[in-house]
Design a protein around this ligand. Sequence first.
Ligand code: ACO
Length: 381
Amino acid sequence: MIAEGKRNMTAKSSGLEGIIVGDTAISTVGKEGLGLTYRGFDIHELAAKSTFEEVAFLLTYGNLPKSAELHAYREKLIKLRRIPNELKTVLELMPRSAHPMEVLRTGISMLGTLESESTHYKDHQIADRLIACTPSILLYWYRFHQFNEKIETWNSNEPTVAGYFLYLLHGEKPSDEMRRAVDVSLILYAEHELNASTFAARVTASTESDFYSAIVSAIGTLRGALHGGANEEAMRLISNYKTPEQAEKGVRELLAKKAKIMGFGHRVYKKSDPRSDIIKEWSKKLSANARDGYLYPVSEAIEKVLWDEKKLFPNLDFYSASAYHFCGIPTPLFTPIFVMSRLTGWSAHIFEQRGNNRLIRPEANYNGPGPRAFVPVDQRG
Ligand code: ACO
């Protein structure tokens, strides 16, 4: 990483825009002729033909699994779902008012003390463990504080991560349509090159810190509204409107006040986000059976205003919001689903960073005061 560092000593970029800081073999984002690919596979094909477990294996182990490998991987993830009692106690002690991203940040950090990298596990074992048990951590806390229930976290009724998450959330088998909708969304969220949270994970990994610390850095970074937190903000926005006309009027007013509309725009993509049309289709499909299916036309009206007024397009977060909502998922759990998925991309980047490490340490232009004489405290007046 930071291969270009020496050559670009004087280059400066606000928000590191356009700066290439190294090589990766994991994904391409918006590259001419490639678009979004995970290890060479186009995102449209993966979303149409694969499952999240195949994608998780592809990202963390480097290749699509053969049939027997996929079976063994699924079995392994099921066995790794159970969370330790000490962690359950911590989840019970956390406040009901905590944000679920705080719960994941702290829960995964706690797991790192119980199953620390140095004494228990190595790279891939930790990645597998976290992919398997993050829904357990999240929903143990959620069901305990919302319904005063202590759920079992070894359940194997639902073999996929998407099905397991929905099963733990609702306490019953999900419909095939909802299970597949969440599965596809996990595929879409899995990896996205050097987005802010992945970069944070790589910076932490580059100091030779432990795996859990790198993941916790990434979770804290993902939470912000400009990154993963945008899907929750998008839901809050669309929930304000009952009709497309109300939405159009309301969003025009927001734009007139120079407000940012969460779920729109992107640092790298300039014309469209290739993931958006895929999740939009799912949102439309799910809206047909939803009580508040009007939120889909409301979303389309907002999309049109943003395009007409600012030539801004929806990113993955915008239609993910209504798709999740139609699956009966509470809004504060949206960004944690992003974590459940992006753990795969973060893990792949931690492995890649460790495989060819150099400390990530850029420089800043100093624009503070010039040299000044120090005055002892008793003479400062
Ligand atoms: N709503 C309104 N205006 C916007 C939006 C938006 N969502 N996005 C960009 N703009 C405007 C900015 O106000 C700015 O206008 P100006 O030049 O008149 O000041 C211009 O477009 C450039 O925007 P920046 O914020 O400088 O673009 P940047 O590349 O830094 O930001 C970002 C990209 C953070 C994604 C931005 O588009 C944004 O804030 N979007 C909303 C948050 C969001 O949806 N984040 C999710 C990202 S994707 C993901 O995590 C899956």
